[in-house]
Design a protein around this ligand. Structure first.
Ligand SMILES: *Cc1c(COP(=O)(O)O)cnc(C)c1O
Length: 379
């Protein structure tokens, strides 16, 4: 048996009969950038995310970068996030002109530990002398692997210390925190539609959602060269728009996203059932407040490299998300962190491995993966 880590082709077969006519229509009408498909998608995605506004963008990285710019983050500022995320989170911080600073994660959920956020802010903000400009401007909790971070606590702490909350929901389209969709809590929620994400385009794509009209308008301006109207620029911006064809693909997929997320949850539950009988591995934990959409199904095992090779030899694809924490990357050597700076992240990074996960995964495939892991552990 062969179990790919991700299979986008089976999903395409389900929607091909809707995608092809949509593409033909776009070609025929010559509507490629903006227009009714993008407006339609923005309306539907805002609704899906329990949010008032949505702006379609070119990528999740743009979403994060523009969100930071729109809430006023810039040169000299600092933005807090976690070291166990994809580098796009911190690239967006640096590219807005600010500097990333990290707090460690919770050892059960692998998401930002609110207690560590609070401790960090208390320590940092106390000795500030009167005329020193406060530099901590925002915090970016990442809803990693599809599981929401603990938003109530994070929002509380952020409000107390007067910093903005930007949600990195790039792996969590449709995930619920206490029955409300992620992305709707902070000043801005940021999404990626990279093909492998739970809601994926057939190319690059991203979006922000927000409850704040002013922020939405600002981001619409930033994505379109700072234009207030055609060829009248209030500021310099970027080319960060969503294509009409990608918006068309996303509208077709959005109608099925809740079902697909439900299938991912069922797949995760079946993995849990089969793998819980095997000793020596740590299964993902869903927090009480969370309804995860399992973008990834990640387990911890001591001999991670051994397991990955063993599964590969059996035709099973796996991934590592992420093998080297950001604070230890060469790209961030200048930030001055070292081995031991974030012990939870570092320990998790050494043991994590992502098993095959997508909605169309079959029970037989899950059984084969679980059997193979058992064979590896008992070898
Ligand atoms: C995918 C991803 C991004 C970036 O999205 P792109 O669309 O690839 O730019 C940002 N943050 C996280 C956590 C992601 O998984």
């Amino acid at each position: 048996m062969n179990v790919p880590f991700l299979d986008l082709k089976v999903q395409y077969k389900q929607i091909e009969h809707e995608v092809l006519p949509m593409v033909t229509e776009a070609m025929t009408n010559g509507a490629f950038i903006g227009g009714p498909q993008v407006l339609g998608f923005e309306k539907e995605f805002a609704e899906f995310c329990d949010s008032k506004y949505c702006a379609g963008l070119n990528s999740g990285t743009d979403a994060l970068r523009f969100a930071l710019m729109a809430v006023g983050v810039g040169p000299g500022d600092e933005v807090i996030t976690v070291p166990n995320t994809f580098i796009a989170t911190t690239e967006a911080i640096s590219q807005s002109g600010a500097t990333p600073v990290f707090v460690d994660i919770d050892k059960r959920t692998y998401n930002m530990d609110p207690q560590k956020l609070e401790d960090f802010l208390k320590k940092r903000l106390k000795p500030q002398t009167s005329n020193l400009k406060p530099t901590l401007k925002a915090v970016i909790p990442v809803h990693l692997y599809g599981q929401p971070a603990d938003m109530d606590l994070i929002l509380d702490i952020a409000q107390t210390h007067n910093i903005k909350v930007i949600e990195d929901a790039c792996q969590a389209h449709g995930a619920l925190y206490n029955n409300r969709k992620v992305g709707s809590f902070g000043s801005v929620g940021c999404f990626s539609f990279y093909p492998g994400k739970n809601l994926g385009a057939y190319g690059e794509g991203g979006a922000i959602v927000t409850q704040d009209e002013e922020i939405a308008n600002k981001i619409r301006m930033i994505r379109d060269h700072g234009q207030a109207k055609k060829y009248f620029h209030d500021m310099e911006g970027y080319n960060g728009r969503l294509d009409a064809i990608q918006a068309g693909v996303l509208r077709i997929k959005l109608r099925r996203l809740s079902d697909w997320n439900q299938s991912r949850r069922e797949n995760a539950a079946y993995y849990n059932e089969l793998l819980s009988k095997i000793e020596g591995i740590t299964l993902p934990v869903e927090a009480d407040f969370a309804n995860s959409v399992y973008h990834l199904y990640v387990i911890l095992v001591d001999d991670r490299e051994g397991l990955q090779q063993f599964l590969s030899d059996k035709g099973i694809g796996t991934g590592l998300h992420y093998p080297l924490p950001l604070h230890l990357q060469k790209a961030y050597a200048h930030l001055g962190y070292k081995n031991g700076s974030f012990p939870v992240t570092e320990s998790v990074a050494k043991k994590l491995i992502s098993l095959p996960m997508f909605p169309e995964l079959t029970r037989e495939q899950i059984e084969y993966v679980a059997e193979s892991i058992k064979e590896f552990i008992n070898r």
